[in-house]
Ligand binder design. Structure first.
Ligand code: 4AD
Ligand code: MG
Length: 457
């Protein structure tokens, strides 16, 4: 049985089996106490191993952190505080030893930097294990939310020829060798796909085609960006959730995004109590309050122009000076969410020059129907927009962005045949996990992080 189930069982005469990894061993006169964890929950099961057990000296007394064991025994009421039951061992088998002289995880707390170097073993620590359970719970909640709201899950391609965000951050996918790539004018003509292909930076463009058939769709897939930013908020490989809705404008889009975020936070508060308690205690003491704010308070809404106004009047010296037309930096976003509004904030209507070609142009001709959601402690967690549904305007903006119209002919077609107002957004899954767990660095929110210079494991 899973330790999670055993911990909630009543003491009984029936034999049960627990399997897991030893966290600690403590020896008393007649007994050894072993803390056994199987990953099913944060708590460990206490094993009571009597000196009378067969092979006690060769097995129990040699157990160290990391050893894998199978214990058969009976659940007995525990006199110790903090646990209702413990397992009195009748039999203990060692499944796998872990040499204490070389096993890198010791009982003391290790730094996250060190743990990243042993990403294959760090899931066995309390904090990474808790993060992975919360991550799984959040993923389930994402699907539940969208199914309840009438969305269909769709799968968009991982290999693509369109650079959705137009920022040139695509990883190239090729079967050509370095020498083939170096020579010839159009090296990709002879490549696997006959032209330059890359790993997707967003499933949005394809999701739009599907929303204009099914009405409400969402994708939840891996996303890749070759941006050379070594920050605590960027990964080269991350997971993004992208809903897309037909017959929808920016205000409805923002309302759905707010409802979604609050649903997800509420879900973890209800379902991941033990794990969240650990984060609140050891990772970030302000966490419970921040989660309660997101779950309980309405998000503030301002336009980009209003944001710039507030920032330029603020009595704070920013590293990046503020003026209308600049891209809001992390320091600006966090100042707005943490100091000014002290709750999540939706910023809308950014300058067109800062945003990709597909966003709907506003009547003022200089801003677009964009929205970013900023969270205290994180900054941008969601980016979305109403899409340009008018053929001529979209074509003009694509040309201005220097896009090859032939590559995007199909995308323009969606505006030629039955075009309707539509909108969507993208939520960075790791940024969400980061917000919920309070982890300082996004590299602690995915099991095997990919960042510039790092693709180990
Ligand atoms: O704002 P972004 O670039 O928006 C899009 O890609 C749109 N196509 C989404 C849409 O409208 N369907 O990215 C969306 C979110 C960001 O707000 C952020 O949370 C996350 O994706 N994100 C990253 N997360 C981790 N590492 C990175 N390098 C990220 N880049 C974006
Ligand atoms: Mg963005």
């Amino acid at each position: 049985m899973l330790i999670k189930q055993l911990l909630h069982s009543e003491p009984s005469d029936q034999e049960v089996v627990a399997q897991g990894w030893v966290r600690t061993r403590r020896d008393a006169k007649d007994f050894s106490f072993i803390e056994l964890n199987d990953g099913s929950c944060l708590k460990s099961l206490q094993i009571l191993a009597s000196r009378n057990l067969a092979d006690f000296d060769e097995t129990v007394l040699k157990l160290s952190t990391g050893c894998a064991v199978r214990v058969t025994g009976k659940l007995t009421a525990s006199p110790a505080a903090g646990q209702a039951v413990e397992l009195t061992a009748g039999k203990l088998e060692v499944l796998g030893w872990a040499d204490p002289d070389t096993y890198p995880l010791q009982k003391k707390r290790h730094s996250f930097e060190f743990l990243r170097e042993i990403a294959h073993l760090r899931p066995r620590t309390n904090s990474l294990g808790a993060m992975l359970r919360v991550r799984s719970s959040l993923a389930m909640a994402v699907h539940r939310f969208f199914q309840e709201e009438g969305f269909f899950q769709v799968h968009t391609p991982v290999i693509t020829t369109s650079d959705c965000e137009g920022a040139g951050e695509m990883f190239t996918v090729t079967t050509l060798s370095g020498t083939q790539l170096a020579h010839g004018n159009e090296p990709f003509a002879g490549d696997f796909f006959g032209r330059r292909a890359g790993l997707t930076v967003s499933g949005q463009l394809e999701a739009e085609a599907l929303a204009l058939a099914l009405g409400r769709v969402y994708t939840f897939g891996p996303t890749f960006r070759a941006e050379n930013s070594n920050t605590s908020r960027h990964l080269a490989e991350f997971w993004m959730i992208e809903p897309e809705m037909a017959f929808c404008d920016l205000a409805e889009d923002a309302a759905l995004a707010e409802k979604f975020l609050r649903y997800l936070i509420r879900h973890t508060l209800d379902h991941c109590t033990d794990d969240l308690e650990l984060f609140g205690k050891f990772i970030d003491q302000g966490l419970p309050e921040r989660l309660a704010i997101v779950a309980g308070q309405e998000f503030a809404r301002i336009t980009y122009t209003e944001a710039v106004q507030i920032l330029s009047e603020a009595k704070v010296k920013f590293t990046f000076p503020v003026a209308w037309g600049i891209d809001l930096q992390s320091e600006h976003e966090r100042f707005l969410a943490e100091e000014v509004f002290k709750r999540p904030l939706i910023v809308t209507d950014y300058p067109a020059s800062l945003k990709p070609f597909y966003m709907r142009e506003n009547d003022d001709g200089r801003t677009v129907a964009a929205m970013d959601i900023l969270l205290p402690g994180i900054g941008e967690i969601i980016g979305g927009s109403q899409r340009e549904e008018r053929y001529e305007i979209l074509e003009r903006r694509m040309l201005a962005a220097g896009l090859d119209l032939d590559t995007y002919r199909w995308y323009l077609d969606l505006r030629r045949y039955g075009s309707v107002p539509h909108a969507g957004f993208g939520l960075g899954f790791e940024r969400l996990v980061q917000f919920v767990t309070g982890m300082a660095n996004i590299r602690e929110t995915i099991p095997f992080p990919r960042t510039p210079g790092h693709a180990e494991f």
